[in-house]
Design a binder for this molecule. Structure first.
Ligand code: ATP
Length: 263
């Protein structure tokens, strides 16, 4: 048969030679990465390696100085975050002051508009459609509360949640919209060990049962070790090495990069 593909998951996101300068400083330097469907890829590296900047380039918050980002076969290098979200690529974002004042449930109900940058104004002339959309969002929010184990705090203000519950809510908001790839920015930061397990279980369940793919920037090596199917180490704006956690943890260059960063 002609044109048959080898079996195995295809790349959902591919960044090729992506760079970002700040003036003369090169924060991300010809960085390439390929994440296949169903993977949980960890992006780690010492402080200042360029992880957050690279993440911003992938999610569309920043434009690359050069290079190309392809998502699900389409060139998205110049698309806004909301256009990327509509194609199925979401990122978590920290609860801003505005959202902290809302309840957990309200945060979920507004998530589709926030993620997709939807303008609901035209719908106000079509009340029945609004009712239908609200009902769908409400039903979905109830499902998502159960997935994230946040049902008991659904009417609490987001600002009153623990650090770990806030992280669960950040991830939960992405589930209000259909997606293929979720970018997680330091999901483990400020999370106590008990909720770290809930968070880790939730990510694994979303991958195993819902077919989600993840790219995670994280400093907590226990979380990386327990979750990630592969790890890419960044240093000085570039990929230093990629492999399984066991491979990279023994790597001399990786140890040197971290020691250099600490010094
Ligand atoms: N807007 C900006 N203007 C100028 N320099 C920047 C800007 N954003 C990041 N940088 C610089 O780019 C480099 C990479 O920063 P970045 O935040 O991407 O690293 P990181 O790997 O995420 O670090 P950390 O683990 O500490 O969060 C750093 O030297 C940083 O000072």
């Amino acid at each position: 048969m002609t044109g048959s593909q080898p079996a195995g998951p295809r790349p959902i996101i591919e960044a090729t030679e992506v760079s970002r300068n700040f003036g003369a400083f090169v924060a991300v330097d010809r960085m390439s990465i390929s994440v296949r469907e169903g993977e949980i890829v960890g992006l780690i590296g010492p402080n200042g390696a360029g992880k957050s900047t690279f993440f911003n380039l992938l999610s569309g918050v920043m434009r690359p100085s050069r290079g190309r980002v392809v998502f699900d076969g389409a060139d998205i290098t110049k698309l806004s975050p909301s256009k990327r979200a509509r194609l199925g690529m979401l990122r978590t974002f920290q609860l801003s002051r505005e959202f902290s004042r809302m309840t957990v449930l309200e945060n979920l109900l507004v998530a589709p508009q926030v993620q997709l940058g939807e303008d609901l104004l035209p719908l106000f002339t079509r009340r029945r459609e609004v009712d239908e959309i609200e009902r769908r969002h409400f039903d979905r929010a109830k499902e998502v509360l159960a997935i994230a184990k946040l049902e008991h705090v659904e009417n609490n203000r987001a600002s009153d949640l623990s650090g770990g519950q806030k992280k669960l809510l950040e991830l939960a908001r992405t589930l209000m919209v259909d997606s293929k790839l979720i970018l997680l920015d330091e999901p483990g930061a400020g999370v106590n060990p008990a909720l770290m397990k809930t968070l880790s279980d939730m990510i694994q369940m979303l991958r195993n049962d819902h077919g989600k793919t993840f790219l995670i920037v994280e400093h907590d090596m226990d979380l990386i070790a327990s979750l990630c199917t592969s790890v890419t180490v960044m240093a000085e704006g570039r990929t230093l090495v990629s492999g399984s956690f066991d491979e990279i943890r023994q790597n001399r260059q990786v140890l040197d990069a971290y020691l250099g960063g600490a010094a």
